[in-house]
Write a protein that binds this ligand. Structure first.
Ligand code: ZN
Length: 163
């Protein structure tokens, strides 16, 4: 009991304070609620929630530039993958067509365009915060990349045989 008394006798320094994120009132750390507005001390250390993104703007950006809608909807990593796959498909597809590998080339172009358009729709869904509706997930993008590689290898073998 003597110990308790001794501890309560220790004067509070009162110097440790936190600033309320709502009213900017300064409160002692011994209080967990703001004495002015009643906001919690935890709100002061919490990051403000990100502002919502406009789904239509995400869609339009994704249609103009592959993957750009993802960047707008704060899915930059997926945006890079969508952009890379769409460009690889379209560019390599055109190269193949120019080299006479028309069917495989056309397939790659269509694949690239499909990734492009689906990516724009996904950006719309990311902005609407409907992650369950997303089609181009990392696993799906990896699978599409594998298909692109297989088509490329097959095309290279067929051109090598024809030459
Ligand atoms: Zn306050």
């Amino acid at each position: 009991m003597q110990l308790d008394l001794a501890l309560s006798d220790v004067p509070r320094s009162g110097r440790e304070v936190w600033t309320c994120s709502v009213c900017e009132n300064t409160n002692p750390l011994t209080e967990s609620l703001c004495s002015v507005c009643g906001a919690s001390i935890f709100d002061a250390f919490k990051e403000p929630p990100p502002e919502p993104r406009d789904p239509r703007r995400a869609l339009i950006r994704g249609l103009v530039v592959p993957g750009l809608g993802h960047f707008y909807a704060r899915q930059a990593l997926l945006g890079v993958s969508v952009a890379a796959l769409a460009l690889i498909g379209v560019v390599l597809g055109i190269v193949l067509i120019q080299h006479g590998v028309k069917l495989a080339g056309l397939g790659l172009v269509l694949l690239g365009v499909a990734v492009w358009l689906t990516g724009a729709l996904d950006a719309y869904r990311w902005a609407r915060q409907e992650p369950d509706e997303i089609l181009l997930r990392p696993r799906v993008l990896t699978a599409i990349m594998a298909v692109v590689l297989i088509v490329l290898i097959a095309a290279a073998m067929s051109t090598g045989g024809a030459a």
